[in-house]
Design a protein around this ligand. Structure first.
Ligand SMILES: C[S@@+](CC[C@H](N)C(=O)[O-])C[C@H]1O[C@@H](n2cnc3c(N)ncnc32)[C@H](O)[C@@H]1O
Length: 278
């Protein structure tokens, strides 16, 4: 039975009229994350308890209370039912992620992009992940490709989980976690691929990503949230920044997910080559 029908069956006509009953939730390990319409606030506890009955994996249920904020992308959730220990282990494509989803973002909408990226990377690459969080991109890559990955994270709490996750996934021999601002501590002239998995002013970080690339160039995967009509302008910005760093660029763009009204989350796959001097 589908979740919405299950809720209707269990809570039935106690739901107010004209307020949409939730159609689903995100599950991260044993934690279910729910987004409720305003009119359902007083039903949060009841919905949470019924949600735990719906799926035996769920032991904690939290409801979104506030938007995700700050450079560390702190999500706004309130635990409404179940186990107050929300540190959990989430398995995705054979990779284990230990994290607290009430304190760190773990986007369900990016799963396909995490898989795609780890599938196009070959063995023995050298990759810098400049916004690593708990290893969403890096761990898939390190585990599947045996490439070397330097993962940079500014939030000490996310960095602690990142360090644990490297051990949990047995990739200590090829993955390293650095704590700090990626603009200051990125490797220089070393990578053949850099990931900029961050959606706020990402273009400001592109010069540092290009400094991380080897002199003979490579790829940068730059994520950005923008209206479709702004893609050509974003392309011009990429070219201008790359020229300043000594690279010519070609790029293709893919939509990762819907972000907000009129705005999509895109990834620019940028191929950077040294500017020809003849
Ligand atoms: C929204 S998460 C994205 C994680 C992952 N890249 C993904 O796309 O799923 C962005 C992460 O970048 C980190 N961050 C923000 N500014 C940073 C900086 N200047 N240097 C390193 N990490 C940074 C945040 O703390 C957060 O953990």
């Amino acid at each position: 039975m589908r979740y919405r029908e299950f809720l209707r069956k269990k809570i039935g006509n106690r739901f107010p009229e004209n307020v949409p009953v939730p159609s689903g939730f995100q599950i991260v390990g044993h934690v279910a994350l729910l987004q409720l319409h305003d009119g359902l606030g007083e039903f949060a506890q009841l919905i949470a308890e019924v949600t735990m009955e719906f799926d035996h994996r769920i032991r904690s249920v939290a409801v979104k209370t506030d938007p995700t904020t700050g450079i560390m992308r702190k999500p706004g959730y309130r635990l409404v039912a179940g186990d107050s220990n929300t540190v959990t282990e989430h398995v995705e494509g054979g990779v284990v992620f230990r994290l607290d989803p009430l304190r760190l973002t773990f986007s369900a909408g990016n799963v396909a992009e995490r898989m795609r990226l780890s599938n196009i990377i070959e063995r023995d690459e050298m990759i810098v992940d400049m916004f690593a969080c708990v290893g969403q991109f890096s761990l898939h890559i390190a585990k599947k490709t045996r490439s070397r990955v330097v993962a940079i994270e500014i939030n000490p709490e996310a960095h602690r989980f990142l360090v644990e996750n490297i051990k949990l996934n047995g990739v200590e021999d090829r993955m390293q976690a650095l704590l700090g601002d990626c603009r200051k501590i990125h490797p220089v002239n070393e990578a053949n691929r850099v990931i900029l998995g961050y959606l706020h002013n990402t273009f400001e970080y592109l010069p540092y990503a290009l400094k991380s690339l080897r002199k003979d160039g490579g790829y940068v995967h730059l994520h950005a949230a923008l209206p479709k009509r702004d893609i050509p302008e974003a392309g011009n910005t990429i070219n201008t920044i790359a020229l300043e760093q000594g690279f010519d660029t070609e790029f293709s763009v893919r939509e990762v997910k819907h972000y907000s009204p009129g705005i999509e989350h895109y990834v620019f796959d940028i191929h950077a080559t040294p500017i020809r001097t003849w």
